[in-house]
Ligand binder design. Structure first.
Ligand SMILES: Nc1ncnc2c1ncn2[C@@H]1O[C@H](COP(=O)(O)OP(=O)(O)OP(=O)(O)O)[C@@H](O)[C@H]1O
Ligand code: SF4
Ligand SMILES: [Mg+2]
Length: 313
């Protein structure tokens, strides 16, 4: 087979989990396209229906406001008495902990990655990450500080030149999100890296809802279309856009129409907000912002949809 990345993680053809898509044996472009269609159809057909929304990935083009929306949504959910876990999976930008109001960063998950290296005995606190099912209670406090109903974790950052590519960080993220078992009132909010590389690496594989943050630009809208397409192809049947930094009602309406043409449903709008911009400049949480109120409205709407579709809390 040669070096090949099976979308289902099978090391060998016809291994357990193989769906016989033929991707690993495809030699022509036509065969590859056919195999990719089979993968997409399989994932769509096997999507888990009616699952409550507990794992939410916030995605989008660089700088559109993903981290801002995660910050404001985490606060809105905490205000509704949900226990929120905000997970920073961005390998570059360091600031999410600050905008959430934490004073310092927690121990990153990547600190666990050298557990099979030179040490004879793995450190005591590395066993929890190997469990097939991980609850937030299993996670040692140095990885998961908590305040005001919000827990915070980070996967890790690229810190050194020649550290290598971020694939291993994505593997840790994907495996952690997949194994995380949430209690009924817990919600995971994932702040993803800009663009769609995380989709290519399957980080969103086990999420229930993909929110694509879209600013008023052609590129951001085009990327939202791609994100929704990718989410569907992963078997995630709940995906939509949150418009952000919108300057006027007129632009909002144009964006909604443009996104509709691209099969992207708009789930809410956040207007350009001076306080959010200043908070971003100063590296602090936004306080009493209009955007915060708008995100509260969007969050309540999402919760209502969840209640209607699942009969949950
Ligand atoms: N509604 C808004 N009004 C005004 N400024 C905003 C708004 N939303 C975000 N910003 C500002 O835009 C900048 C980018 O926001 P943010 O860091 O949340 O984007 P991002 O998508 O997470 O970026 P990256 O792709 O780099 O991770 C920040 O300075 C933030 O303060
Ligand atoms: S046929 Fe498809 S699912 Fe099976 S090992 Fe090859 S790529 Fe993976
Ligand atoms: Mg960000």
């Amino acid at each position: 087979m040669g070096v090949f990345h099976c979308p289902f993680g099978c090391p060998y053809y016809e291994d357990e989990g193989c769906i016989d898509c033929g991707l690993c044996n495809a030699t022509t472009e036509e065969e590859m396209v056919e195999a990719s269609k089979k993968v997409r159809a399989y994932l769509k057909a096997n999507a888990i229906q009616g699952r409550p929304i507990q794992k939410i990935a916030v995605c989008g083009k660089g700088g559109t406001g993903k981290s801002t929306i995660v910050t404001l949504m985490a606060k809105a959910l905490a205000g509704l008495n949900y226990s929120v876990l905000a997970l920073d999976t961005d390998e570059s930008n360091p600031g999410l902990y600050r905008s959430l109001g934490f004073e310092k960063t927690p121990k990153p998950l990547t600190a666990l990655m050298n557990r099979f290296s030179y040490r004879e005995q793995p450190e005591e606190d590395t066993y929890w990450i190997m469990h097939p099912e991980i609850t937030t209670a299993d996670i040692p406090p140095q990885f998961i500080p908590s305040q005001n109903g919000i827990k915070f974790m980070m996967v890790g950052k690229i810190e050194d030149p020649f550290q290598g590519c971020a694939c291993s960080i994505s593997d840790v993220t994907r495996s952690f999100v997949l194994r995380l078992q949430l209690m009924e009132n817990e919600i995971l909010l994932i702040d993803t890296e800009a663009g769609i590389e995380s989709f290519g690496r399957g980080v969103e594989r086990s999420v229930d809802l993909v929110l694509s943050v879209v600013e008023p630009s052609f590129e951001a809208m085009a990327l939202a279309e791609k994100i929704v397409f990718m989410a569907e192809g992963m078997g995630i049947n709940r995906a939509g856009a949150i418009l952000n930094k919108v300057p006027s009602q007129d632009i909002k309406e144009k964006m909604v129409r443009e996104l509709q043409k691209r099969n992207v449903q708009t789930l809410g709008t956040v207007y350009f907000d001076q306080e959010v911009q200043e908070a971003g400049f100063e590296g602090r949480p936004p306080v009493n912002s209009k955007a915060g109120k708008e995100v509260e409205g969007i969050t309540q709407l999402l919760i209502n949809i969840v209640q209607q579709t699942t009969g949950n809390k």
